[in-house]
Design a protein around this ligand. Structure first.
Ligand code: AMP
Ligand code: TRP
Length: 334
């Protein structure tokens, strides 16, 4: 096999990505653009599955793209684009929706969680069909690997099933994608509630570190992170979820093993450990914050990058859709 095709997406639903997005997903995206044939997408169609404001969405889509470039995605080495600029995503999502069982879609835990929050009656049908749109994103590009956090595993399993189902019924068309999930960073937890996922929709501001946070805010949040009543720094998911989460963050940012870092601090308390971790996060995020501001200050340049990305993505997407149309019994697009 040649170079693996890599695809992933992120929603423009906040004014900044957070540490969980960065460590669980985007950092791998940057690495994989070197070894894979990579496409990365700001999934604005997914962002309208919950109530939203168009002007805010427009701004957040640009902020998302600028942060991705600032983090290290290089439009020369990967295809970076905005989902709604490639209409084939919505087109394939319809075909896949018709292959998905109602019961099968009803079992998606993200739908159950998100619809339960606002009351199931008020959830949109788009929130329900969200996983089929995600499958369309992936399958359009004949993707081999999908770098994501643990919370996306079930959606990926559905994408694999839909690829196999289509291939089985209508003939070999799609590549069956594999998840690319790194266990050490797959679930970064909330600093105030270290047994729950760090999440833009459910974490309190003190529990979540934003990529675009100011240094003082980052240090304060880490200093106040919930730990335990001992004073020893060590990995122990059961007894010390807070310290363990901080160790995982530390390890992922500096490339050392969590146990080795823990051994260095020993039982000297958490003050020095937290201070050093604060410095590490600030040193990583500050240049990204500064570059994001720079990319956002030149609208024309950012538009040019995204338009070119969409043009290149669409070329692949229309080839796949032509095959899907033929296999599905539709006349060719004109
Ligand atoms: P979202 O913000 O839901 O679009 O998520 C973007 C990416 O970040 C997805 O690949 C998620 O799996 C990943 N992600 C989100 N929160 C976390 C977290 N707390 N830990 C690890 N990965 C995460
Ligand atoms: N559902 C993903 C999330 O919330 C975002 C996403 C949409 C995605 N389409 C994708 C991720 C395709 C990977 C591949 O994080």
């Amino acid at each position: 096999m040649g170079t693996p095709r890599v695809f992933s997406g992120i929603q423009p639903t906040a004014d900044s990505f957070h540490l969980g997005n960065y460590l669980g997903a985007v950092k791998q995206w940057v690495d994989l653009q070197e070894t894979g044939d990579a496409l990365y997408c700001v999934v604005d169609l997914h962002a309208i599955t919950m109530p939203y404001d168009p002007a805010t969405l427009r701004r957040r889509t640009r902020v998302a793209a600028a942060q991705l470039i600032a983090t290290g995605l290089d439009p020369e080495r990967c295809i970076l684009f905005v989902q709604s600029q490639v209409p084939e995503h919505a087109e394939l999502a319809w075909v896949l929706s018709c292959l998905t069982g109602f019961g099968e879609a009803s079992r998606m835990t993200q739908f159950k969680d998100k619809s339960a929050k606002g009351g199931a009656e008020t959830a949109s049908v788009g929130l329900f069909t969200y996983p089929m749109l995600m499958a369309a994103d992936i399958l359009l590009y004949r993707t081999d690997e999908v770098p994501v956090g643990e919370d996306q595993r079930q959606h990926l399993e559905l994408s694999r099933n839909l690829a196999q189902r289509f291939n089985h019924r209508f003939g070999e068309t799609f590549t069956v994608p594999a998840p690319y999930i790194l266990p050490a960073v797959a679930k970064i937890t909330d600093l105030q509630d270290p047994t729950s996922k760090m999440s833009k929709s459910s974490s309190a501001p003190q529990g979540i570190i934003d990529l675009l946070d100011e240094p003082a805010a980052i240090r304060k949040k880490i200093n106040r992170a919930v730990t335990d009543t001992e004073s020893v720094v060590r990995v122990d998911d059961e007894a010390k979820p807070g310290v363990t989460n901080l160790l995982r963050i530390y390890a992922a940012l500096c490339g050392e093993k969590a146990d080795d870092i823990a051994a260095r601090y020993g039982d000297g308390g958490y003050g020095g450990f937290k201070k050093d971790l604060g410095d590490l996060v600030v040193d990583t995020f500050s240049p990204i914050r500064e570059r994001t501001a720079r990319y956002l200050s030149d609208d024309a340049a950012l538009d040019a990058v995204l338009n070119e990305g969409a043009r290149r993505a669409r070329k692949i997407a229309t080839e796949t859709m032509a095959r899907v149309r033929e296999r599905s019994g539709f006349p060719p697009a004109v």
